[in-house]
Write a protein that binds this ligand. Structure first.
Ligand SMILES: Cc1ncc(COP(=O)(O)O)c(C=O)c1O
Length: 400
């Protein structure tokens, strides 16, 4: 392979790789060697629950229509008009704000619509702030479109954003702030008063810099909280807010790639932003959101997530017990299906490699922009959690 066969930037991305992916591959090797059942794999955030029963009915009624010409054909780049309407109505209740179809766009997962958003708003060299720890893929969603991701540490006490630190990080090049609550990987749910402080910081900073600074609230885990905690609506908090999300986690449709972006109707030039998003959906090659995904969404919208939440609650409680008994330091997640314990010894990469020797796989936190921790996904069967007890106990011995 000649040295210029792929771009220098891509070469660098490939050499750094994704830690989640690397742990996934290490897991495959360990499973080959010791057998599938011996390895406790907490590395991937891929929901393991079946979709709601309404998904089967939606598939059946779509199957009955398959003889209609064009049923699976292209559609408007923002999604079916009826799907946008249904989504807008569902989100109006969730976000406590009246939204119409023209304020939402469907796309290929939260990942796809975030790419469409940054493609629409970034000038080359623009900065996007993320609060660490953050979902590592944000780096690419921003750099894919000429932007630079700048990170600001969270408050160590509760993993919530530090509004004063965000204010300090804002420059004349700042275009957006990404927040993610409930947070992957920390499991924190950001308190309403912190969100209000952030909105005020952004409002003042926009006037100071003379630029629209967007708040991007990425919320695929909104449905999954514990102990009666709720996630405050983000859209009404700030004029230039958008939310991104998908039906990957709540309805177990991750591979079906149906996601959405909603914009605050009162924002600066809302129509131009939506036109840009729809254009970006097209030219980035997504073209339109998946047909089957929209039918699935339509069938599932409004169906209860109570059963899923109760399964995750049971798993969270059991894993919390195992980690606490073994002596790990952690804050129990308020939402999501992730634990984010401190890495014994302080070196997250060294510890996750050490833990793997006991056939337990987690992900080092460096990839989430906050070294010193490791992430465990409990989107796994209860039996895996049960089996992990011994590995967790043995792995920490060296540090006690
Ligand atoms: C915080 C966060 N944002 C976005 C995504 C991407 O979601 P989707 O599969 O809908 O593209 C994920 C997936 O794990 C995530 O954890």
């Amino acid at each position: 392979m000649s040295s210029d066969s792929i771009s220098a930037a891509m070469r660098q991305n490939l050499s750094q790789g994704s830690m989640i992916r690397r742990m996934f591959e290490a897991g495959i090797e360990l499973k080959k060697k010791y057998g599938n059942d011996a390895v406790c794999d907490f590395s991937l955030g891929n929901p393991d629950l079946a979709p709601p029963v309404q998904a089967a009915q939606a598939m059946q009624s779509l199957a009955d229509k398959l003889s209609i010409p064009g049923i699976l054909g292209y559609m408007p780049n923002a999604g079916f008009a009826w799907a946008r309407e249904q989504l807008a109505s569902w989100l109006s209740t969730q976000q406590d704000m009246h939204l119409e179809a023209r304020h939402v766009m469907l796309g290929c997962g939260a990942a796809g619509v975030m790419n469409a958003f940054f493609h629409t708003v970034l000038e080359p060299g623009d900065e996007v702030i993320a609060v660490a720890p953050f979902f590592g893929e944000y780096r690419f969603y921003v750099s894919n479109h000429g932007g630079v991701l700048k990170t600001v540490p969270c408050r160590l006490s509760d993993f919530a954003p530090d509004a004063a630190a965000i204010d300090k990080a804002i420059t004349t090049r700042t275009r957006a702030l990404i927040i993610n609550s409930p947070n992957n990987p920390s499991g924190a749910v950001y308190p309403a008063e912190v969100l209000r402080e952030i909105a005020s910081v952004l409002e003042h900073a926009s006037s100071r810099t003379g630029r629209t600074i967007y708040l991007v609230s990425d919320e695929p885990y909104r449905f999954l909280t514990y102990d009666g905690i709720t996630v405050p609506p983000a859209l009404p908090l700030y004029r230039n807010a958008v939310i991104t999300s998908s039906f990957a986690k709540n309805y177990g449709l991750a591979g079906e790639r149906v996601g959405y972006i909603a914009i605050n109707p009162g924002m600066d030039d809302a129509e131009a932003l939506m036109d840009g998003l729809i254009f970006s959906n097209r030219v980035l090659g997504f073209v339109n959101p998946p047909v089957v995904g929209q039918y699935l969404m339509s069938g599932c919208l409004g169906s209860s997530t109570e059963e899923a939440v109760s399964i995750y609650t049971r798993r969270r409680d059991r894993l919390a017990g195992i980690l606490a008994d073994a002596g790990y330091a952690f804050t129990p997640p308020q939402g999501t299906f992730y634990f984010f314990p401190k890495a014994p010894g302080g070196d997250d990469k060294a510890f996750t490699e050490h833990l793997a020797q006991f056939l337990v796989l987690g992900v080092p936190s460096s990839g989430f922009g906050m070294p010193g921790y490791f992430r465990l996904s409990f989107a796994v069967d209860d039996a895996v959690i049960e089996r992990s007890q011994e590995g967790f106990r043995k792995a920490i011995k060296k540090f006690q």
